[in-house]
Design a protein around this ligand. Structure first.
Ligand code: G
Ligand code: G
Ligand code: MN
Ligand code: NA
Length: 258
C-alpha cells in the first residue's frame, strides 16, 4: 500500500532509528556486546516494529536501502558502544547486526561491509552478522557465497532464532557459523515447560560440540539467567538485563550496570 511509499520517504527523511540491546557474558555478568535493532519512527503512526516493515522492505526492494542505512549507522555508532564493554583475552566486545536474504544475495555485500568497517576503523572480528534459518532456506546458493566471504574477513556469523526454522542442522553443517542464538520461544518457557528446558539443554550441548558460542535470547528473569549460566551458556540477552534502547539511553544504562 502507501506504507511502502512512506518507507521510501522515511529512509531519506531520517525516520529510521537503531536501538541497541546489551548482551551479557553470563559467567561474570559483564557487558560484552550489543545487538542493533532497527525501528521506524513514522510521523503519523508512531514507532513501527521491524517485524512489520522489514517484510515490506523485502518485498519492495527497499531492504537494500534499509540495510545500507543500518550497517552505516551501527558501525559508526560502535565507537560510542565499544568502550562500555568489558574486554578480556577470551571475550572481545562485539556488535551484532541482522541481515536478511535479499541483502545477502547481492554480489557486492561482503565488499560493502568491508568498506563500512574500514571507514570507521572497526576490526572485522568485532562485527557479528545474525542470519535466520528462514532467511537462508529461501536462497542458500545465493547467500552462501556472501556468508563465506564475510567469515573470511573475520566477521562473526550467528545463526539467529535457532530452533524455530526448518532444517537448521543442515546449515550448521554447510555454513561457517561461529555462534548460535537460542530463540526466546524456548528460553522464555524453560522454567515452566520441561520440553523447552530439554531443547535449550540440547542446543547448548550441540553448540559446545561444534565449538560455537551460544547466546540465549529472551531472558526475562534472574532464575532463567542463573540456570543458563549453570548450563554453560556463554551469553545472555533479554529484558531481565535491558530492553533495546536508543544510543544515548543505552550509554546511560551501561553506567549503572555493574
Ligand atoms: O527488536 P524486535 O523484536 O522488534 O525485532 C524484530 C525482528 O526484526 C528481529 O528479530 C529481527 O529479525 C528483525 N530485525 C531487527 N532489526 C533488523 C535489521 O536491522 N535488519 C533486518 N534485516 N532485520 C531486523
Ligand atoms: O533478531 P531477533 O529476532 O533475535 O531479535 C530479538 C527480538 O527479541 C527483538 O525484537 C527484541 O526486541 C526481542 N527481545 C529481546 N529480549 C526480549 C525479552 O526478554 N523478551 C521478549 N519477549 N522479547 C525480547
Ligand atoms: Mn537477531
Ligand atoms: Na531474529
Amino acid at each position: 500500500l502507501s506504507l511502502a511509499h512512506d518507507l521510501s520517504d522515511g529512509i531519506t527523511h531520517n525516520q529510521l532509528a537503531l536501538y541497541y540491546q546489551p548482551i551479557i557474558l553470563l559467567h561474570s555478568n559483564a557487558l560484552v556486546g550489543f545487538e542493533a535493532l532497527v525501528r521506524w519512527e513514522h510521523p503519523k503512526l508512531g514507532l513501527i516494529s521491524p517485524d512489520e516493515f522489514i517484510p515490506l522492505a523485502e518485498k519492495t526492494g527497499l531492504i537494500h536501502k534499509v540495510g545500507e542505512w543500518v550497517l552505516q549507522r551501527a558501525i559508526s555508532d560502535w565507537k560510542h558502544l565499544r568502550g562500555l564493554c568489558v574486554s578480556d583475552t577470551q571475550h572481545l566486545p562485539f556488535l551484532s547486526v541482522n541481515l536478511s536474504a535479499p541483502e545477502l544475495s547481492g554480489a557486492g555485500m561482503a565488499q560493502t561491509v568491508q568498506n563500512h568497517l574500514a571507514a570507521q576503523q572497526m576490526p572485522p572480528h568485532e562485527l557479528r552478522i545474525e542470519l535466520t534459518e528462514t532467511v537462508i532456506v529461501s536462497s542458500l546458493a545465493a547467500v552462501s557465497h556472501t556468508i563465506n566471504a564475510l567469515r573470511a574477513l573475520g566477521i562473526g556469523i550467528a545463526l539467529d532464532d535457532f530452533g524455530t526454522g526448518y532444517a537448521g542442522l543442515d546449515y550448521l553443517q554447510t555454513l561457517p557459523f561461529s555462534s548460535i542464538k537460542i530463540d526466546k520461544a524456548f528460553v522464555a518457557q524453560m522454567h515452566t515447560a520441561e520440553r523447552s528446558f530439554q531443547i535449550v539443554k540440547s542446543a547448548l550441548e550441540l553448540s559446545r560440540q561444534l565449538g560455537l558460542t551460544t547466546v540465549a535470547e529472551g531472558i526475562e528473569d534472574l532464575a532463567t539467567a542463573a540456570a543458563l549460566k549453570e548450563m554453560g551458556c556463554t551469553y545472555g540477552q533479554g529484558y531481565y538485563f535491558a530492553k533495546p534502547k536508543p544510543l544515548q539511553a543505552v550509554q546511560d544504562w551501561a553506567k549503572t550496570f555493574k
